[in-house]
Write a protein that binds this ligand. Structure first.
Ligand SMILES: Nc1ncnc2c1ncn2[C@@H]1O[C@H](COP(=O)(O)OP(=O)(O)OP(=O)(O)O)[C@@H](O)[C@H]1O
Length: 606
């Protein structure tokens, strides 16, 4: 196996703030700590933190502290240095480590009846001043390519589909414009809330009436996005909240009873609350975001998602939809049209389902019986770096956890059968670097963003029936995020035959070495330039006979006036007017239609 850049980069990562997993190998381990093995460090008993463990570090992450708004504040609340530190971390650690050398020019394709002018700088977006400040506090200097397009599109009142590689800033791509737009409107649109200083549970309770609903597939992702929302809502009257299964319903009800303007949740728990309108009503809702949209629109979620998307006393027709994912197979794209306005815009950074070249992908052909030894060798080869190991079953996660733990390695693990407290503790330990090896089932892979994950190991490759190449892309995408680089190593056994062809093409596409045993899956003569995947665009220019005709079932072949009423109602919010002001508003002018301008992809420099 060749890890050309790996060790050098890993060492830098070990020195990096927050990401440190290296401890002084000579120091005596604290009581309860475990000895280091083969270059890995001793694991320490975990200290609770406020960031992931609730207000006092002992509750669930859903009760983590948010900015407390007082109606006497006017438009912008005062700074709270202690909370600021908690939300954004130490100033010297913010926004470090972008590898600009790898990101030169990235092609962004836009489809839909209207062309959106992209922004090059956050300052061009017309963000609400508090949002601009929060973006700065988060350490974001430049918008990522997907953000360059979706920020103006959402500010301009469009339904948006955003498809961009893992770790490319999709969360900010919807949170920043949606919250910015609402900041100017919160006084008018948000429900009345009790004063947090005088609030008495049971006496002052209100029902939650969010303006934004963000639906995600996993609890870990819900918590992570809640933490991002806590940052971007800082010093505003928008109050974020999160609900997810496994944590106490009572605790989440108490939190909702204080009011909630931005609600993040997993479908099951959301459905429970939506069916209890005295606790949660969606009648004020202005935005629905479906993150990991291809996963969420799959059959597995239908029963829970449909009552949420259709229910809760929504003001039908006045809710904007935003769908985001790194992968978006055709079947999911077709389903998505059920929810989107005909005039929605769609942005794609690279091929839907492509991965970033920042991840070095190694595929190792192996006998099933040799996996454990090979795993230990891999961990010894890259000691002390934050690593995620994926397995296909909960049983295998438990088995490997025992095996590695007994081998003296600092390992933590999560899967669906663990209690929520255990899941949160494992994530806390992994994030802090105390338990730098995380074993998980693939289900947990979606969206998790932990700084300095340098190595992803597919102990089992996802089977074609369960996630296939999409899951592979999401799993390896836990490394190589936001301009960083990383290594993904996968064990390929006789069971993985079904994945061979698409895996070989994925390697080819991203300039990776295709190992000899995978070459047989490629048609003769196929090169990086001729590699083929499923159709990327569903947009059929023939559907667009004239201005305003709707391309049936297609993406964006629609009538730009369909939601014009809503747009004029929206105008006047921060950034609502100027951002797309130059864009041609003619229905029928479309990316993907057969004229020169339409065929040219927009290029975002970053
Ligand atoms: N403009 C920016 N500048 C610097 N860092 C950013 C910027 N936007 C987002 N980030 C950071 O990049 C990381 C990855 O972002 P995010 O988790 O939103 O990626 P993603 O595209 O949703 O990935 P996935 O597909 O895996 O869910 C996060 O730590 C986020 O804080």
């Amino acid at each position: 196996m060749s890890n050309s850049f790996a060790l050098n980069e890993m060492n830098q990562a070990l020195e990096a703030p927050e990401g440190h997993v290296k401890q002084n190998g000579n120091s005596a381990p604290a009581e309860g700590a475990r000895m280091s093995t083969n270059g890995w460090n001793a694991q320490q008993p975990e200290e609770p933190t406020t960031q992931d463990g609730g207000a006092d570090g002992r509750g669930f992450a859903s009760s983590a502290r948010v900015y407390d708004w007082d109606d006497e504040y006017g438009d912008v609340g005062p700074q709270n240095p202690e909370l600021e530190l908690d939300l954004f971390g130490k100033p010297e650690n913010r926004g470090v480590g972008l590898d600009f050398s790898k990101i030169k020019e990235i092609e962004v394709v836009q489809e839909g009846p209207e062309r959106i002018e992209f922004i090059k700088k956050f300052s061009d977006a017309g963000l609400h001043p508090v949002m601009a400040k929060n973006v700065e506090l988060a350490g974001y200097t430049y918008p990522t390519p997907i953000q360059q397009f979706t920020i103006p599109a959402i500010l301009h009142g469009k339904d948006v589909v955003g498809i961009a590689q893992t770790g490319s800033g999709k969360t900010g791509a919807y949170l920043i414009p949606i919250l910015s737009k609402l900041m100017g409107k919160a006084k008018k649109w948000a429900a009345k809330r009790p004063n947090p200083r005088t609030f008495q549970p049971g006496l002052d309770d209100v029902k939650a009436e969010p303006l934004v609903l963000i639906v995600v597939p996993t609890r870990e992702l819900a918590v992570q996005i809640f933490n991002e929302a806590r940052k971007f809502c800082y010093r505003t009257m928008l109050r974020p909240g999160v609900v997810y299964g496994g944590a106490h319903t009572r605790e989440q009800m108490d939190s909702l009873a204080r009011g909630c303007d931005v609600l993040i949740g997993t479908p099951g728990r959301l459905k429970d609350f939506v069916l209890r309108p005295h606790i949660l009503t969606l009648r004020r809702l202005k935005y629905i975001v479906i993150d990991e949209a291809d996963e969420m629109l799959g059959d597995d979620w239908r029963d829970e998602l449909e009552p949420v998307l259709a229910g809760g006393e929504q003001d039908e027709g006045n809710v904007k939809f935003c769908l985001f994912s790194a992968t978006f197979p055709k079947a999911a794209r077709e389903l998505a049209t059920e929810y989107l306005a005909a005039s929605h815009v769609r942005f794609r950074v690279g091929r839907a389902g492509s991965t970033t070249e920042n991840i070095q992908q190694n595929i190792i052909e192996i006998d099933r019986s040799g996996k454990r030894d090979a795993l230990i060798s891999l961990l010894q080869e890259m000691p002390g770096v934050r690593t995620i190991i994926f397995c296909n079953s909960r049983q295998e996660v438990d088995n490997l956890d025992d095996f590695l733990w007994n081998s003296g390695l600092p390992v933590v693990s999560i899967h669906r059968d663990r209690t929520q407290k255990d899941r949160e503790a494992a994530m806390r330990s992994f994030r802090s670097g105390n338990g730098p090896i995380l074993i998980a089932t693939g289900v947990c892979a979606r969206g998790i963003d932990v700084r300095n994950v340098m190595h992803v190991i597919n102990y089992d490759l996802p089977s074609v029936e369960h996630g296939g190449i999409e899951e592979y892309i999401h799993r390896i995408g836990r490394t190589g995020r936001i301009g960083h680089r990383g290594v993904a190593t996968s064990f390929f056994t006789d069971r993985d035959d079904g994945l061979g062809s698409i895996l070989a093409r994925t390697l080819l596409e991203t300039n990776q070495e295709v190992p000899k045993f995978l070459e047989i899956y490629l048609p003769e003569g196929m090169t990086r330039d001729t590699v083929k995947f499923e159709t990327e665009s569903d947009f059929d220019p023939n559907d667009l006979g004239g201005a305003g005709e709707v391309g049936e079932g297609g993406w964006g072949g629609g009538n730009a006036d369909d939601n014009a009423g809503q747009e004029s109602q929206d105008a006047g919010g921060w950034g609502g007017d100027q951002s797309a002001g130059d864009a041609p508003a003619t229905a029928g002018t479309s990316w993907g239609a057969e004229d020169d301008a339409a065929l040219a992809p927009a290029v975002a420099a970053w």
